[in-house]
Design a protein around this ligand. Structure first.
Ligand SMILES: [Fe+2]
Length: 238
């Protein structure tokens, strides 16, 4: 197998266990910061230590805990800000010349290609960013969890379809990189999620919506551990 063109570096920052990622393009030394927030100095310092130039900012969605470092990064690097068009419309925030995308678009970062997936549910224009066999999932998919759908712009019906599409279309050996460190482990494969993420066990929309909106938050504690389909059945939750 050929060497990967990219490397992912994660940093856990701020009071809400956010993961900020640096996507390194090995050949060009360009880097994209995914969801810059909380501690801009540490983000910029990490890029400098790795000898990387920040040229791009990728947003998984527009919630405050994922975007509050954009301006700070832009003060120190001239970077292009990427997000999905529906998220920009939902957010209604002024950005200087943003790059607005649709699901299926690709972003070039030096020799690396970043494929954008539109994954609504947590917000209308939530995005996941795929590089090779790895995917940055923001607040769409956590290790053994998924994003809340009860905030403004959230839709549990959309989240049901989004997670079902991931299950049907993406390979089990793909590595996920979530937007928060809410689990017993920082990353997992989609195969581990298909087996151990309770939100992946629902096959009809109505029971998924009920679990997401009514049941999950009062029956589950952090850090999230794996929950099998059988365990949900035994607990009468499926
Ligand atoms: Fe969020």
């Amino acid at each position: 197998m050929s060497e990967s063109s990219f490397k992912l570096h994660s940093m856990e920052l701020g009071p809400m266990e956010n993961f900020v990622y640096l996507v390194e393009d090995v050949a060009s030394r360009r880097c994209a910061v995914v969801d810059p927030a909380w501690e801009v100095e540490r983000i910029v310092q990490r890029a400098n230590e790795l000898d990387l130039k920040i040229t791009d900012i990728l947003l998984t969605h527009s919630h405050h805990d994922h975007i509050n470092g954009i301006e700070g990064v832009l003060e120190q690097a001239s970077a292009e800000v990427h997000l999905l068009n529906p998220e920009y419309e939902f957010w209604q925030h002024e950005l200087d010349k943003p790059s607005l995308h649709h699901g299926g678009d690709e972003i070039r970062l030096g020799e690396s290609t970043i494929l954008i997936h539109h994954t609504p549910g947590h917000t209308p224009g939530s995005a996941c960013y795929q590089l090779g066999n790895e995917i940055i999932t923001g607040d769409t998919l956590f290790v053994f969890g998924c994003g809340r759908c009860d905030f403004h712009g959230g839709s549990p019906e959309d989240m049901f379809v989004t997670l079902r599409n991931m299950k049907e279309r993406l390979p089990a050996d793909m590595l996920i990189h979530p937007g928060h460190n809410y689990s017993v482990q920082a990353t997992s494969t989609l195969g581990e999620e298909f087996d151990g993420n309770p939100f992946m066990h629902y096959e009809d929309e109505e029971s998924f919506v009920n679990y997401r909106m009514q049941v999950h938050d009062r029956t589950r504690d952090e850090p999230y551990a794996a929950v099998s389909k059988q365990q949900l059945k035994i607990a009468n939750l499926l």
